[in-house]
Design a protein around this ligand. Structure first.
Ligand SMILES: [Zn+2]
Length: 482
């Protein structure tokens, strides 16, 4: 990268402080880059910057530079100077392309082989030849299908001609990740071939990112940083209701997906002792965000007042013409004060999940408690650990073939032993039977016996009843498709 400043300056500071720049280096002699600021001995009028691709995906942060085949995706806003106007121009040869060609500084820009680019008239798709054809095909289909669906149900078109850039060169750790920038460029990054073990996730992933063309860009989302559950939850819910409506997902699959969201959200509440978690990072943003949109959709439909898509279409259309854009206030204003979304959002609610279950029943949702073997195993291990670990944190690592306890102040369970059996049962293979055995011991206030891999038997106290963990399976719900 070559920077030319319009006037010499003592330093050059990057405007965006979140971008990871530990792989960036100023190659101009006498200058250095530290904490997002370029400095030198005298005034700076130009400098050269060497940028290499980010080494990892990081939650809620754009990639400064990522690879796709022999091309690159650069994040323009990461190059902007503080308090100065910055423009970005690519110098390319005849075999290369830079997309988009204007306003590149405001979003992702692809720079690489021209023949990666397909122009569909209303959109561009950029993909390297090493992308497996079945993945390539399903992404192109879902990208076109999702946009046609959203356009018709939201009643508004995206503000820009969208560009989708696909990469199979993500450094991970996520199997795949994507994001959308203000210029209408979506970057989907897959970590090699790992998507093959999560194929059913690819289509909802594309639908999710495509929804951000409407709810994330071309409008101002006031609460994007403080309440990401709003834009992430709606994209995630659209990626269920949309595919079901257009035949790419069954109602059964949708109920199963939603069950996972509800249980994930509930776990986040459990880990904060029942108080509402911040919902600003991690999977709770998506899980609880989706549950909120689902409840809103069911309430609107039951009241005969349109639905999720109509609400979002109206809200986004209004927001496009306004400086203040949209935020949680507009979303909540579309619902009644008595809406069950407040049972999810309020900081403290007595019997929160019991009441949510009751309200969902009124909306036609029936759930059964169906914890999996693994959830039962985890509940039993945590229950006994809680009685034995007197201070500090505790837990376990569920590595394949080696269940290892964690916790330093856990009496007989201290020291990270690998456990082969609890009450004579392998916890990883017989979670349910092991849960039942532990439950019986605890009910009689008897010790629970752990057999370690190195042949010892540890006796842990269990003075209180072991409750059955709650993990709902949605067996009946109003149709997700429409
Ligand atoms: Zn998203």
């Amino acid at each position: 990268m070559r920077y030319a400043l319009s006037a010499p300056s003592d330093s050059f500071a990057f405007a965006d402080k979140d971008i990871i720049r530990d792989q960036w280096r100023v190659t101009t002699p006498g200058l250095k880059l530290k904490d997002g600021v370029v400095t030198g001995d005298g005034p700076i009028s130009r400098f050269e910057l060497l940028i290499t691709p980010d080494l990892a995906e990081v939650d809620r942060i754009y990639m400064g530079l990522s690879r796709t085949g022999t091309g690159f995706v650069l994040y323009g806003p990461g190059l902007k100077g503080e308090d100065i106007s910055t423009s970005l121009r690519a110098e390319i040869d005849g075999a290369s392309a830079a997309v988009p060609s204007s306003d590149a500084i405001d979003g992702y820009v692809f720079v690489g082989p021209k023949d990666y680019v397909t122009d569909y008239g209303d959109s561009l798709v950029i993909a390297p030849p090493q992308l497996a054809s079945e993945l390539d095909q399903s992404i192109r289909n879902d990208f076109a299908g999702s946009r046609a669906f959203y356009r018709s149900r939201l009643g508004i078109a995206p503000t820009l001609k969208p560009v989708l850039v696909v990469s199979v060169d993500s450094p991970g750790p996520s199997t795949f990740r994507g994001d959308v920038t203000d210029t209408g460029v979506i970057s989907l990054r897959f970590k090699g071939e790992e998507w093959r073990s999560a194929q059913e996730e690819v289509s909802p992933f594309v639908w999710h990112e495509a929804f951000h063309l409407w709810n994330g860009h071309g409008v101002h989302n006031r609460d994007g940083d403080t309440a990401p559950w709003l834009h992430e939850g709606s994209a995630e819910y659209a990626a269920i209701a949309g595919p079901v409506s257009s035949g790419g997902m069954s109602e059964d699959q949708a109920r199963e997906r939603m069950s996972d969201k509800v249980n994930g959200c509930r776990r986040a509440f459990n880990s904060t002792g029942g108080r509402r978690p911040a919902l600003k990072s991690g999977s709770a943003v998506y899980d609880c965000g989706t549950v909120i949109q689902w409840i809103a959709d069911m309430e609107l439909r039951q009241a005969g007042q349109a639905d999720f898509f109509a609400l979002w279409g109206r809200m986004l259309e209004t927001a496009r013409g306004r400086e203040e854009g949209f935020g949680t206030a507009e979303f909540l204003a579309a619902l009644t004060d008595a809406s069950a979304v407040h049972l999810v959002l309020d900081p403290q609610v007595e019997d929160r999940w019991g009441r949510i279950q009751g309200r969902m029943a009124d909306l036609g949702v029936r759930v059964v408690n169906a914890p999996s073997d693994q959830e039962l195993m985890a509940a039993a291990l945590f229950h006994v650990a809680k009685a034995n670990c007197l201070r500090g944190s505790y837990g376990f690592y569920n590595e394949p073939g080696a269940l290892k306890l964690d916790g330093e102040n856990c009496g007989p369970l201290s020291g990270g032993p690998i456990i082969d059996a609890v009450e004579g049962l392998n916890p990883q293979e017989h979670g349910r039977a092991m849960f039942d055995a532990v439950k019986e011991r605890c009910a009689a206030a008897q010790s629970v016996r752990y057999r370690t891999r190195d042949g010892r038997t540890l006796e842990a106290v269990c003075p209180t009843e072991l409750p059955v963990p709650q993990a709902w399976r949605i067996v009946e719900a109003p149709a997700f498709g429409r």
